[in-house]
Write a protein that binds this ligand. Structure first.
Ligand code: ATP
Ligand code: MG
Length: 417
């Protein structure tokens, strides 16, 4: 028997309605904020991620699904959404139109990671990218999109954590302070962090190892230049003005090299170790890095599987699936034709109607109607076919009434409105 590859998951027919519910909330929020959808390929040239995501990140170093295609090109399955969108913005000159350019996507993301609860090798992200503005208002707008989306889903116990990781002027000083600190505590570091210390000390702050977490490194907020420091204050003031609860969390550095300035994560303390549902930040240097014009931008990515865990842990995913409004049960093959024709007419009027396509006995058809929670059942035998009068039975109250074919159409069409 074949099994699904490690770290991947089927969305089964019995649970896909949960995804639709979330995707509907994504589109609802996108409309409110005038975000337009962008769809980029599932794979890109590997080089894009090496440059865009950065050679010192875990994603590029350890997690990419890279292969050579039959034409000898190095191809990588998207390990995140931002670089592909940036490539498309440059290639299609999207930023030469009206600004700000506001986009969203829902996309599969591939990372070769150790699978565990909330950590998969294929997961899905709802992401947003906003190009063209470099203001505190834009930073807060990105957070407001997440907040509005969570509100729509009824999710309230999830707090935005913010930090600034500085810019090319102030980050080098901080990197030096961090390196000095960690060098003094090198014995306490995990193997990965010893390695990170050589390449990118900021990455150490992101480590989930308990020994590394127990250390008390200097805080970047003490090293920000005037411009980064002022922006951070402005963002905080705006969040306060809007009465949005937030926490300053100086351990947030984000896993990608392209971030500068404001970074944020939405953290749910109830879903265990993998508790960051959404992460984002400003990446003003990415476009230039990829060969485009310098254009400021901010974005976030939200893991849909982690969002589902969060919603379930809070009892917020008890949405109900739509069931068939009516099931037509034929007693023989001749009646099956009539059932198909009535079902067909009802569907053309927008009614969720079902009939037997398995040639089953009445008893097993009734079991099926019951299992699939059909609201009404109509049994059609030769008598009903001749008189063209049908008995419509309500499956939950067991009440029944008689109707002509036209009355039946009217009744179900009106119920489905
Ligand atoms: P983590 O610190 O948990 O590894 P990350 O910093 O790698 O997260 P991002 O690259 O910011 O995550 O991705 C955005 C969001 O995508 C995360 O906040 C999370 O909800 C989700 N996500 C990331 N990696 C995975 C994964 N392997 N499986 C499921 N969801 C994931
Ligand atoms: Mg990660």
């Amino acid at each position: 028997m074949y099994t699904v590859p490690k770290g991947t998951k089927d969305v089964l027919p019995s649970e896909s309605y949960k995804w639709h519910y979330i995707e509907d909330a994504v589109r609802y929020t996108a409309e409110l904020f005038s975000l337009k959808e962008i769809r980029t390929p599932v794979f890109e040239h590997t080089e894009l991620f090496l440059r865009g995501v950065g050679g010192t990140t875990d994603i590029v170093n350890k997690e990419m699904y890279t292969f050579e295609d039959k034409g000898g090109r190095s191809i990588t399955l998207k390990p995140e959404g931002t670089a592909g969108v940036a490539r498309s913005v440059i290639e299609n000159s999207l930023a030469s139109g009206a600004l700000p350019l506001k986009m969203y996507y829902i996309s599969p993301i591939f990372r070769y990671e150790k699978p565990q609860a909330g950590r998969l090798r294929e997961h899905h992200q709802f992401g947003v990218e906003i190009y063209g503005a470099d203001t505190a208002e834009c930073d807060v707008e990105a957070m407001l999109i997440v907040k509005t989306f969570f509100d729509k889903l009824g999710l309230r116990n999830i707090c935005v954590n913010i930090n600034s990781i500085g810019c090319e002027h102030c980050r080098p000083n901080y990197n030096k302070a961090l390196t000095d600190y960690y060098k003094k505590h090198e014995d306490a570091l995990c193997g990965d962090c010893k390695d990170r210390l050589q390449r990118n000390p900021l990455r150490l702050l992101d480590c989930k190892n308990e020994r590394c977490l127990a250390l008390n490194p200097p805080k970047i907020t003490d090293y920000l230049c005037e411009s980064c420091g002022n922006r951070f204050l402005e963002v905080r003031a705006l969040l306060e003005e809007l009465a949005i609860p937030y926490e300053v969390n100086t351990k947030i550095v984000r896993g990608l090299d392209y971030y500068t300035g404001i970074v944020f994560e939405f953290i749910n303390k109830n879903i265990g170790a993998q508790n960051t549902v959404c992460g984002g930040g400003r990446y003003n240097k990415l476009s230039k890095e990829l060969g485009g014009a310098e254009i400021p931008a901010i974005g976030f990515g939200m893991g849909i599987e982690r969002l589902i865990l969060t919603l379930e842990s809070e009892g917020l995913l008890e949405v109900t699936e739509k069931t068939p409004a009516v099931y037509f049960a034929p007693l023989d093959k001749e009646c099956a034709k009539k059932c198909m024709s009535i079902t067909n007419e009802l569907r053309s009027r927008g009614v969720r109607a079902e009939t037997d396509i398995m040639g089953r006995s009445l008893k097993s058809q009734m079991k099926y109607a019951d299992k699939t929670a059909c609201e009404f059942v109509v049994v059609i035998g030769s008598g009903e076919k001749e008189t063209a009068r049908y008995v419509i039975k309500n499956m939950s109250t067991h009440e029944a009434f008689e109707a002509t074919e036209e009355e039946l159409y009217v009744f179900f069409s009106q119920k489905s409105k």
